[in-house]
Write a protein that binds this ligand. Structure first.
Ligand code: SAM
Length: 435
């Protein structure tokens, strides 16, 4: 199983390798000092992550050569705009055309799209978002894995089931060996090229120890590593980058500073944003976003959430529903509707810069088994599979009944690939690093 197609290095533009995929050229930053034209590589997130032998590349490319174009054709057909909708909803069409030509939407325009309530106009909005996604990213879909390395957490986020509010769940921390074994299963066993390591804010493991684990992973595996350990401070970020991590997954959770303060005792939005900005400055790819459906949150806040993600140079948007957990202060707040979330993703596709990927979060998938397909057909182009050892997954209890919690990895992969192929998507990261 392969999540990325090997590309042929054609040449260089400064530190960027120019990589060819069946005639499409993409740029990717190379940290492999001896890389040369004629080599085959895997690139992820705009980084060359590993070289691959010509023989192995040849085999993979042989299986992909027809499928690559067949999938593109299916996707192209599925993302055509309905002339009926385009003629009828010219306001939405106008904003879509602006998005397609790289123009920005105002906050009022974002809010206007979020507030569309007519079902046929909503339908057009989602299909227009899918059209924008196809124009900007073609049929590529990121498939990253996530390993939840510890559920220990010292924070008191009011919504989170692994926060200190939950005194009932057993706590775990995977050892370095257990993490390496999970990475091996994902990378060698299943071909993952990008992995997120996530945990609660675990005071029992220092940044130096985390950096040591990342160094060990990078030494053994050609994989792009995202870190998601909460706020680690500037020095912590520097250590993680030096160890080889190249992405940070850290949501700002809400752009409303008052609401942020209420939900995160002892913390501020300002500090969270400073951390995300610093991570970007250091060269990390930024995965960020917010929770939708928080008590006290307005549509205006959600419009601002989308705008703020763009200002933070988001590489991949992670916007998911708030889901109530019984052991938290927000136990009695209902979750939002799946349809509202899908509309929000579609609006984000209109409002965010062309290169931004949009994730169908596990939270969204938890709202409905149809959510993954619906999200991918409304502007999203990324999914994350749970690579955590199966026995630990129920303990990473951020909200109840998480989608795919009990699904073995091989099953998740088969189902994901079947879905992607049915809608013409290729599980690759081809669009990233495009020049
Ligand atoms: N400690 C890191 C952090 O705070 O970013 C990573 C772990 S934290 C559990 C990962 C994400 O889980 C958070 O960004 C938050 O949005 C999400 N999360 C926690 N509780 C949730 C809930 N009840 N519903 C939906 N998402 C939740």
């Amino acid at each position: 199983m392969c999540y990325a197609i090997p590309g042929l290095v054609k040449g260089f533009d400064g530190k960027h390798a120019i990589v060819d995929y069946f005639g499409e050229e993409k740029k990717a930053l190379s940290e492999l000092l001896d890389l040369k034209a004629g080599d085959y590589v895997y690139a992820q997130g705009g980084f060359v992550i590993t070289r691959v032998s010509a023989e192995e590349a040849g085999k993979t490319l042989e299986t992909w050569k027809d499928l690559f174009f067949e999938l593109k054709e299916i996707d192209q057909k599925a993302s055509r705009l309905s002339p009926w909708g385009a003629a009828r909803y010219d306001h939405v069409r106008g904003l879509m055309e602006r998005a397609l030509s790289g123009g920005k939407l105002t906050q009022a325009e974002i809010l206007g799209l979020l507030n569309i309530a007519d079902p046929r106009e909503q339908e057009f909005l989602l299909s227009a978002a899918n059209h924008i996604r196809q124009e900007h990213h073609s049929n590529s879909c990121c498939v990253h894995g996530i390993i939840e390395i510890s559920n220990m957490c010292a924070e008191q986020c009011h919504y989170c089931g692994i926060s200190a509010w939950n005194t009932k769940i057993p706590r775990y921390r995977l050892s370095k060996e257990e993490i390496l074994s999970a990475v091996q299963g994902a990378v060698d066993g299943h071909g993952f090229k990008a992995l997120v390591l996530q945990s609660g804010e675990d005071a029992g493991r220092s940044v130096d120890e985390l950096a040591d684990i990342i160094r060990a992973i990078k030494k053994r595996f050609g994989v792009l590593i995202f870190v998601s350990f909460g706020e680690v401070g500037e020095e912590g970020l520097e250590k993680l980058y030096a160890a080889g991590a190249r992405g940070v997954l850290l949501r700002f959770e809400t752009s409303n500073a008052e609401l942020f303060k209420k939900l995160h005792p002892g913390s501020t939005l300002e500090r969270r944003l400073a951390e995300i900005r610093k991570a970007h400055e250091l060269g990390f790819l930024i995965v960020t976003g917010a929770l939708v459906g928080l008590p006290g949150q307005t549509q205006q806040d959600v419009a601002r959430d989308i705008e703020l993600a763009g200002e933070l140079n988001v590489e991949m948007l992670s916007l998911g529903p708030f889901l109530p957990h019984p052991a938290t202060p927000l136990a009695n707040i209902p979750a939002p509707d799946m349809a509202d979330l899908i509309q929000t993703l579609a609006v984000a596709r209109f409002a965010l810069p062309a290169q931004v990927k949009i994730l169908v979060t596990t939270g969204l998938e938890t709202l409905s088994p149809d959510a993954r397909r619906a999200g991918l057909m409304a502007g999203a182009n990324s999914v994350m599979l749970n690579v955590t050892p199966v026995d630990k997954r129920p303990l990473y209890d951020i909200y109840p009944k998480r989608a795919h919690q009990d699904d073995p990895l091989a099953e998740q992969i088969t189902a994901t690939i079947a879905l992607l192929e049915s809608i013409g998507r290729a599980p690759t990261d081809l669009s990233v690093g495009a020049g």
